[in-house]
Design a protein around this ligand. Structure first.
Ligand code: CO
Length: 156
């Protein structure tokens, strides 16, 4: 088979799928977010915002402190606002072996692992998991932290 014999055939192969699909699908847009936690049980941001056209989000959590994960661990867990306390309570029971997140918890939209001072962790998730008009929050599920370490996750 000679691929170069009929250049027009090659053009057709490229062009036909585009015709079938019609209008182009929403372009993939990865949006990156940064947040850090410290040794005073604080995130550096009380809210995180993404644009409405983000198709996925990459969140990176950095622990800017010095204390180890065992005593001052931080994670980042995204939930519906109403699920904040219950998810943290179930995470407490799940323990550090599960990064203080209940295994396969359907209320958890995305979460990082627990990090200690100087460490960081990332999580990437699809915004198709989020509904417009729903209130979302993020929190640290390390024991005793969620009351101080939480914030609003906003889709603009
Ligand atoms: Co924490």
């Amino acid at each position: 088979m000679t691929l170069t014999r009929n250049p027009f055939a090659a053009l057709l192969l490229v062009g036909v799928p585009a015709l079938i699909l019609g209008a182009p699908a929403q372009a993939a847009k990865l949006c990156k977010l940064q947040i850090s936690g410290n040794d005073q049980i604080q995130y550096d941001k009380k809210q995180l915002k993404i644009a409405a056209d983000c198709t996925s989000v990459e969140l990176t959590l950095t622990h800017a402190g010095k204390l180890p994960a065992a005593s001052m661990g931080h994670d980042w867990v995204l939930v519906k606002a109403d699920d904040l306390t219950a998810v943290a309570n179930d995470g407490l029971a799940a323990g550090i072996a599960n990064n203080y997140v209940k295994k396969d918890d359907p209320r958890v939209i995305a979460h990082t692992k627990v990090v200690g001072g100087g460490e960081s962790a990332s999580v990437t998730f699809a915004t198709s998991l989020l509904k417009k008009g729903q209130s979302y929050k993020y929190e640290c599920t390390f024991p005793g932290h969620n009351g101080l370490m939480n914030g609003d996750f906003i889709i603009e």
